[in-house]
Design a protein. Sequence first.
Length: 185
Amino acid sequence: MKSPARSARRLPNFGLVLACVLLLFGSTANLRGQEYVSHTKVGDRMPAFSVEQASGGHFSMAGQAGKVVVVNFWATWCGPCQAEMPHLEQDIWQKYKSTPGFVMIGIAREQTRDVVLDFQRKHGALTYPLAWDPNRSAYKLLADAGIPRTYVIDRHGIITFQNDGYDPRDLATIDRAIQKALAAN
């Protein structure tokens, strides 16, 4: 049987360990929160950027004036991105691709032309326009980390929807944001 004095000596050690664990957990949570900080919010003007497209030429935000634009940042190695892409294809691109004034682009963050073109060949069911941002020059205007990351921009260049991560329920919200932006003047 343990003496009460011995048990009492362990309590401060347990308390110290618990305090260290809580401190470490809190620090990690704060770092993750800082890591996924967005540089934009709904209501902001979408920053100007230009990226090279898989189909040739460049996509630039400045060239999209007067259009409703969906921008999705992704990567070939990103599991949530790969889960989201078929839904963007089916639920967004296929629905709106023939709509006048609608544009959509998937931009591969930190990926090269060859990697994106190879991915596109292997995933032929993805028909929406793809591009690459190998040095994060476009992405860094919007955030520090976190993909997939999707934006809906209205005809005036204003962000009307933005999110990071993939949740299938967000597709309905993206769809409503597109509909609202297309209906507005």
